[in-house]
Write a protein that binds this ligand. Structure first.
Ligand code: SF4
Length: 231
C-alpha cells in the first residue's frame, strides 16, 4: 500500500483558493516576451489598503505596495487554479511563494513573505508614461485614507456626511482614471487592476463601505451593517 508522507501536498487546493501568491523579485523572469505571465494576470494592492496578512493571519493596512496574481470569477481563487482537476495550470512556472508554501510548515514562506516584493514600477520600462498617471491616481484616490473614512462613515456623527462625500468623490475619480486610460491609450479594462489596483468598490468593501449606483442620485455609499473589523 502506498503511503503519502504527512508533509507532502495533498492537492486539496485550499491555498490556491485563498488567493494567488504575492510576487517577488525572483518572479521577474516570468514576465516579458517569453514569460508565462502578463500584466493582465496581476492585481496591485496599494500601500495603506486593507489586506490579509498570511503570516500574521489578520487583516491589516499594507505598509507598501505589492502585486498578486489575480483571482477569477469575482473571487480570490487564483486564476491559474483548475477546479475540476485541482491542478495548477501554471505549475512549471508557478511563482516563488507557491514553490515555497508548505501548509504544514509555513516557516519558509514566512521568511520570504515581505522581502523583495515586486511593484508596478518593476514591471514597466523606466519612464513609462503611465507611471506619472499612477502618482496622480494615488493623490486623488489615496487607498490609505479609505479605512479611516469607513470608520467616520460608520460613526454616524457630524463627520459622516463629509466622509460620504469624500468616498463618492474618490469613487468617481477612480472610475474616471480607468475610463480615460482606456479611451486615451487603448489599455483595456483587463489591465486596470494592475495599473490602478482594485477598484473603489472592492477597496470600500474591505473597509466596511458599500458603494451603490443609484439611477436618480448617482453614486452613494453606506456602511455595511454586517461588516466587522478584523484588525
Ligand atoms: S500559481 Fe498555481 S500553485 Fe500558485 S496559487 Fe495559483 S494555482 Fe496555486
Amino acid at each position: 500500500m502506498e503511503h503519502t508522507a504527512p508533509s507532502a501536498c495533498q492537492r486539496c487546493g485550499a491555498c490556491c483558493r485563498k488567493g494567488g501568491p504575492a510576487l517577488h523579485a525572483q518572479d521577474l523572469p516570468l514576465f516579458g516576451e517569453s514569460g508565462s505571465l502578463g500584466l493582465a494576470d496581476v492585481v496591485t494592492l496599494r500601500a495603506g489598503e486593507l489586506a490579509h496578512d498570511q503570516v500574521q493571519g489578520r487583516i491589516a493596512p499594507l505598509e507598501g505596495e505589492m502585486l498578486k496574481l489575480r483571482g477569477r470569477e469575482g473571487s480570490w481563487t487564483c486564476r491559474f487554479y483548475h477546479h475540476a482537476t485541482r491542478a495548477c495550470t501554471l505549475y512549471q512556472d508557478r511563482p516563488a511563494e507557491c514553490r515555497l508554501l508548505n501548509c504544514r510548515d509555513t516557516a519558509a514562506l514566512a521568511a520570504m513573505y515581505a522581502s523583495e516584493r515586486l511593484t508596478r514600477a518593476d514591471l514597466l520600462p523606466p519612464g513609462h508614461p503611465v507611471l506619472l498617471l499612477l502618482g496622480e491616481h494615488e493623490g486623488l484616490v489615496p487607498a490609505a485614507c479609505i479605512p479611516e473614512l469607513g470608520l467616520a462613515l460608520r460613526a454616524g456623527d457630524g463627520t459622516s456626511h463629509n466622509a460620504a462625500k469624500e468616498l463618492v468623490r474618490m469613487a468617481l475619480a477612480d472610475e474616471a482614471f480607468r475610463r480615460n486610460l482606456h479611451e486615451r491609450t487603448g489599455i483595456g479594462p483587463e489591465y486596470h487592476d494592475f495599473f490602478f489596483g482594485r477598484g473603489a468598490g472592492a477597496l470600500f468593501a474591505a473597509a466596511g463601505v458599500t458603494l451603490r449606483a443609484d439611477a436618480r442620485n448617482g453614486l452613494r455609499v453606506q456602511s455595511d451593517p454586517l461588516w466587522r473589523s478584523a484588525q
